[in-house]
Design a protein around this ligand. Structure first.
Ligand code: KG4
Ligand code: ZN
Length: 372
């Protein structure tokens, strides 16, 4: 006789992510993520310069059944599910509700436990996954990374340094007082005439320049590094955006494509440097609180972790060392798992199941659901 849902020996999780403008599914076993699919609505929202919540919810509703039928349903005979895990927050309420309703239907149809995942914990768990290096039935497997580590969570809505002592046990070390760094990318991209989402648009545009032309553009368009002189891990990005706005207003005409490349380079460089400067302050705090750790494991996650300049600046910081800082070990999720996806949601649920941590659906969706 088949065991009851949620109590079978081998958990198999179907995960759903609909908190913003990506509709995503994943299927995971304890060994790894078997399959995942992301349908991005970004191109449609781009014409409005940002996400329109009602439109996003409607598109999730349309995309959920066909994505499920095409990518997940065919796998369920081989991987009978025990849990349906849904992003329950933080995020846009309409999108969260569509994912939740669809997930609830699946849980009933497949006799599964129905559980809610915090989207931010999903981003944390994306850093625990890696693409397998040999032929494997899995898209992603665990990379062996375990807490404690210093998390740099950088997305469109969040920008914070967090001490992760266990998955589920978090303490904020520092955070932005206003805009998130992803928001700063999005808003300044718009100011220089690039599309939404701004981070990838700025990266693509700046990457047109040779390394020498990039360095030249940074020198020619200096921008403020917010709160640089304050020796705290607190951040602020709204003044940075206002300065770019003033500079564009002073110019009083649209930028040429060549000027857009220069400004994209300068914005990218200065935002990355601002974060790296503040990370060093966060490392000082973290290492004082973990005196027995010979090295500081730094884990970067969230959409902005996809930025290649940020990744190389962190590698350079780790390679160069800094007086007073212990050696750094940098980890980042695979690029495809930095922006929103359901593989990370499945892995957050799986990690909680394996660690026997509480995992249940909150009584309602949580548009605001802080990690800490
Ligand atoms: O984690 P995410 O997909 O959604 C939220 O939970 O917010 O992050 C989206 C953010 C956006 O602000 C986007 O511009 C930024 O991540 N982003 C990037 C890059 N890719 C996405 N920022 C800089 N460089 C990138 N390559
Ligand atoms: Zn996200």
């Amino acid at each position: 006789m088949m065991a009851q849902a949620g109590t079978r020996e081998q958990p198999v999780v179907i995960a759903i992510e609909t908190s913003c403008d990506e509709t995503a599914f994943a299927l995971a076993t304890e060994e790894g993520v078997v399959a995942h699919v992301v349908h991005s609505q970004a191109a449609e929202h781009a014409q409005f310069g940002g996400v329109i919540p009602e439109l996003a919810a409607r598109r999730h509703l349309e995309a959920l059944p066909s994505l499920f039928d095409q990518h997940i349903q065919p796998l369920l005979a081989a991987y009978p599910p025990t849990h349906v895990a849904v992003t329950a927050g933080p995020g846009l309420v309409g999108g969260l509700l569509t994912g939740l309703s669809f997930g609830q239907g699946l849980a009933i149809a497949h006799d599964c436990a129905f559980v809610g995942v915090n989207h931010l914990e999903g981003h944390v768990c994306s850093a625990l996954l890696t693409a397998p290096d040999v032929a494997s039935p899995f898209a992603y497997v665990a990379n062996g990374l375990v807490p404690p580590f210093l998390l740099v969570l950088v997305s469109g809505g969040h920008c914070m340094f967090v001490d992760v002592s266990e998955i589920g046990t978090y303490r904020t070390i520092g955070q932005t007082r206003d805009d998130a760094i992803g928001e700063a990318f999005d808003k300044t991209a718009r100011l220089i005439g690039l599309g939404y989402p701004g981070g990838p648009a700025i990266q693509r545009c700046a990457a047109q320049l040779s390394p020498a032309a990039y360095a030249d553009a940074v020198a020619r368009h200096p921008l403020p590094q917010p709160m640089r002189r304050e020796r705290t891990p607190e951040m602020s990005f709204s003044g940075f955006k206002s300065e770019v706005m003033r500079r564009m207003q002073a110019l009083a005409r649209p930028l040429t494509p060549a000027e857009q490349q220069e400004w994209a380079a300068s914005i990218e460089h200065h935002l990355v440097q601002a974060l790296v400067t503040k990370l060093q302050e966060a490392v000082r705090v973290w290492q004082d609180e973990h005196p027995s750790m010979p090295e500081v494991p730094v884990v970067i996650a969230g959409g902005v972790a996809a930025n290649l300049k940020l990744r190389s600046a962190l590698d350079a910081l780790a390679a160069g060392g800094k007086a007073g800082l212990r050696p750094l070990q940098i980890s980042a999720p695979p690029i495809a798992l930095c922006t929103d996806n359901a593989a990370m949601i499945s892995w957050a649920a799986m990690t909680r199941l394996r660690n026997r941590l509480p995992l249940e659906m909150p009584p309602r969706v949580q548009p605001r659901w802080p990690l800490v």
